[in-house]
Write a protein that binds this ligand. Sequence first.
Ligand code: 5GP
Length: 208
Amino acid sequence: MAKGLLISVSGPSGTGKGSVLSKVKEINPSFGTSISVTTREPREGEQDGVHYFFKTKEEFMKMYEEGEILEYDEFVGNYYGTPTVALQDMSEAGTDVLLDLTIAGSMALKENFEQSVTIFLLAPSYEELENRLRGRGTDSDEAIAARLEMARQETNYVGHFDYVVVNDDIETAAKKILAIIEAEKCRCARNIELLEDVLRINKEMEGN
Ligand code: 5GP
């Protein structure tokens, strides 16, 4: 059986990754989810083992050293990592998994798994990104300026990803991600058994 794809979506904060990924799952609930390990404090309403596995830095590093975390990155002073076994089990079982990772996380996935698909989500423009960040009403002017500067640095990496999607509308962006996944499944390189069958049948017909 073909391994499930590991589809990771990255993009600067304010691009709408969370909303787009929720929409993808709403349209197609069959995707697996990788629950990350983090050292950040839970936000209101977040549950351990549902949104994240919340750990101390010591616990996190111990897990990493013992091979329980396959990639990790630091984001605004906290560690975030992908648990190894759950991800491998889902992929081996043929389940496609959606991941919401930092850029370094997506790059690590791309390096280590041939079944990975990396997607960079872009805001339509920096003006729109700034509007979205201001619209959240959670950040000071300084924090917004810092996030925009970070966005400028992050978008330099867009060319290292397999795909780029502009999020000008959540549903449209979600449908583009679903289309990318469907196209990836049709790649000849991901359908070796089918190709072998075709060649075998052709050989048998030649013999008749
Ligand atoms: P938040 O604190 O808003 O939940 O997440 C902050 C950032 O961490 C997001 O950009 C998200 O993509 C990233 N992130 C969450 N889990 C992981 C992970 O397991 N690995 C990596 N590399 N990044 C992650």
